[in-house]
Design a protein around this ligand. Structure first.
Ligand SMILES: Nc1nc2c(ncn2[C@@H]2O[C@H](COP(=O)(O)OP(=O)(O)OP(=O)(O)O)[C@@H](O)[C@H]2O)c(=O)[nH]1
Ligand SMILES: [Mg+2]
Length: 279
């Protein structure tokens, strides 16, 4: 079994302190989660941070998740939106929702004769959930750096959407101890934990087992594999011709390929935490 998975490098602790400092300037916290893991991608540190603030949950990468599950999760949360920050135009949806949540505050300020102030939203979430992509989409410019690996953003950065809304991009943060190791595996599987701290073979087997049990036939469609076989990595390696020079299955290469397929949705739209199970 994997050693306990944990990933809390120094830059995350630093980012958390900086976010706490910025919090007093902020009207609302926009928490990005991954629609494929709406609970595992919730960060308890961030919930604590935002507890006295207005907040909005965004289930991002909705295009990668199971559509039926998306609808169920959307109903589960009191205030949430589904987004595809890569392909959808989300500016109006986000700005309108933020203004609606802050309506009372804006009206009070107006009643007191205070000039409408700039609304400030802090965008937070675990690594690689799509915070910087989300912000670029909302502001319709490529301002922040994005990449498909965790830990890309290292500094806090304020970005103006228009004359009345500003967004703060923040580095992805996890928390010092991942208590729930099943959720830690899901986080690692979907790319929010550095691959170097997790046994990749166990990770891929965990993913294959889940897909086989919850989305029967998808593995067969993708690889032509018999899902009842014991060692699926070996079977898939054989079928895809992932072989070493002496014609044995190249496990490392096969594992990398499957992991990429899972993360890039090549197997299908899969939600790794189904609504109503284990919560
Ligand atoms: N399909 C899809 N891909 C997305 C979406 N949002 C972000 N991505 C991709 O996810 C990867 C990570 O995006 P980033 O915006 O860098 O994520 P981040 O949360 O800022 O990551 P850190 O700064 O490392 O914490 C990139 O390859 C994006 O293109 C989405 O809604 N759908
Ligand atoms: Mg980022």
């Amino acid at each position: 079994m994997n050693e306990n998975i944990n990933w809390y490098p120094g830059h995350m602790a630093k980012a958390r302190r900086q976010m706490e400092e910025e919090l007093k300037l902020v009207d609302i916290v926009i928490e990005l989660r991954d629609a494929r893991m709406p609970l595992a991608s919730a960060n308890p540190l961030l919930e604590e941070l935002a507890k006295n603030k207005k907040s909005l949950i965004i289930l991002n990468k909705a295009d990668k998740a199971d559509e039926k599950e998306n609808e169920k999760w959307l109903n589960y949360f009191e205030r949430a939106l589904l987004t595809d920050s890569l392909n959808e135009r989300i500016t109006n949806k986000i700005v309108n929702e933020v203004k609606d949540i802050l309506k009372e505050k804006l009206e009070k300020a107006k009643a007191k004769g205070i000039r409408k102030k700039v609304l400030r939203a802090m965008v937070v979430g675990i690594p690689n959930v799509g915070k910087s992509t989300f912000i670029n989409n909302v502001v319709k410019k490529k301002i922040t750096k994005t990449e498909n690996r965790p830990g890309v953003t290292r500094n806090l950065q304020w970005i103006r959407i228009n004359e009345d809304v500003e967004l703060l991009d923040t580095p992805g943060v996890l928390w010092p101890k991942l208590e729930n190791q099943k959720q830690a595996m899901i986080l690692a599987l979907l790319g929010s934990i550095n691959d170097e701290v997790v046994n990749q073979e166990e990770l891929v087997n965990f993913g294959l087992d889940y897909i086989k049990d919850n989305y029967t036939s998808l593995l067969n469609f993708r690889y032509g594999v018999d899902e009842t076989k014991e060692d699926l990595i070996n079977e898939i390696g054989l079928l895809k011709g992932c072989l070493t020079n002496d014609n044995k299955v190249d496990r490392t290469k096969t594992i990398k390929m499957i992991l990429k397929d899972i993360r890039n949705n090549n197997i299908g739209r899969i939600t790794f935490e189904k609504y109503g199970i284990n919560q």
